[in-house]
Design a binder for this molecule. Structure first.
Ligand SMILES: NC(=O)c1ccc[n+]([C@@H]2O[C@H](COP(=O)([O-])OP(=O)(O)OC[C@H]3O[C@@H](n4cnc5c(N)ncnc54)[C@H](OP(=O)(O)O)[C@@H]3O)[C@@H](O)[C@H]2O)c1
Length: 333
């Protein structure tokens, strides 16, 4: 049988078990021009909170009764499509379910995994890694010797941002929740410093970690942390607005930046971006990042939960921070 997670109702505030219907149906069959994927891993992304909201966004909301949108990776088990053969590893937007039928149009892409674990293709070598690459290099435009600060530093996007900034010769300071995550950023990923925003006085500690101020602040979280970074911004500073996870369950009362006049005084720039805008350049970025990975210059860790029935609990780990690295859910053996 095919277990699927469908959107039952739009949550007010945080999603709950009432948000979802977990249903079972027959495993789909391939018809002419389609193939069936046995999904192995589902990606858990903060954007999911936005996709189940009715607010205007860059993608249409998931409809009530529809399979929850999600990035996935799995194996083709049946094919009547000329370009896909049984056994191919395929990534794409196939949703929170165990099996999906595709005509190749839902972002489906065949992968050569070079023997790497599949979850890496939902993280460092997938959408979050590409987000880090384009957001930092094309929006943040870091220059050698500059100070780059990234929030959500130990997460899927943040850990890649910091490592690419190091490769570009920058001083890199992370902001993460807790000592373990900060130690990971410094000791394993090579960041110059990392500030635990749950630990004490963020402004004081960030200022001490950035003695020359902040040239690029890559914002994954918004709220108070964005305000603190704005207060330390240098002349000509850039702030790629990647996300604002601290505000996602609070959409009717989003906390905007109080310190935005820092942009005026410093002739700074704050710019939002969506990774999908760079789709034409994905291949080049993917190749460059895969190269760095093979050379040992780009590391990652993945946090794997198991069981499609645990989707809601796993999703909430994004907001509590109770996870280490890119969060994925294993939905099939
Ligand atoms: N623009 C785009 O195209 C694009 C694409 C992908 C992702 N994004 C955005 O990028 C950001 C990071 O995504 P990700 O996939 O890498 O997630 P992630 O960092 O792997 O997971 C989310 C992390 O956010 C932190 N967090 C949660 N609530 C917080 C709060 N109130 N204040 C501060 N930190 C909080 C937690 O880390 P701690 O334990 O450190 O608190 C948690 O582990 C999200 O905002 C996401 O929406 C944007």
């Amino acid at each position: 049988m095919n277990t699927q997670v469908l959107l039952k109702e739009r949550p007010v505030g945080s999603p709950t078990t009432d948000t979802w219907d977990i249903t079972q149906s027959e495993i789909p069959k391939a018809t002419d021009g389609t193939f069936v994927v046995k999904i192995e891993y589902v990606s858990l992304d903060p954007a999911m909170r936005g996709w189940i909201s009715n607010a205007k966004s860059y993608l249409p909301p998931v409809a009530i009764g529809e399979v929850m949108r999600a990035g996935t990776i799995g194996k083709v088990i049946e094919s009547k499509h000329d370009d896909y053969q049984v056994g191919d590893i395929v990534t794409g937007w196939m949703g929170v379910q165990q099996y999906a039928v595709s005509d190749g149009s839902n972002g489906a892409m065949k992968l050569d995994t070079f023997g790497l674990p599949l979850p890496k293709f939902l993280g460092v070598l997938g959408m979050p890694g590409l987000t880090a690459y384009f957001g930092l290099l094309e929006v943040g435009e870091p220059k050698e010797g500059e100070t780059v600060v990234v929030s959500g530093a130990a997460g899927a996007v943040g850990m890649v941002v910091g490592q690419i900034a190091k490769l570009k010769g920058c001083r890199v300071v992370g902001i993460a929740g807790g000592e373990e995550k900060c130690n990971y950023c410094v000791n394993d990923l090579g960041f110059d410093a990392c500030v635990d925003y749950k630990g004490g006085n963020l402004y004081k500690e960030l200022k001490a970690a950035c003695p020359k101020g902040i040239d690029v602040y890559f914002d994954n979280v918004g709220g108070e942390i964005l305000d603190t970074a704005l207060a330390l911004l240098n002349f000509g500073g850039r702030i790629p607005i990647c996300g604002a996870i601290s505000q996602y369950n609070n959409r009717d009362n989003v906390q905007g930046p109080k310190n935005y006049l820092s942009l005026l005084v410093n002739r700074g720039r704050m710019q939002g971006f969506i990774v999908l805008d760079y789709a034409k350049k994905y291949r080049h970025a993917f190749q460059e990042m895969a190269g760095w990975m093979m050379e040992g210059k780009l590391k990652s860790r993945e946090h794997i939960e198991e069981g499609i029935e645990n989707f809601q609990d796993t999703l909430m780990r994004l907001f509590s921070g109770d996870k280490k690295g890119k969060l994925v859910l294993k939905v099939n053996d």
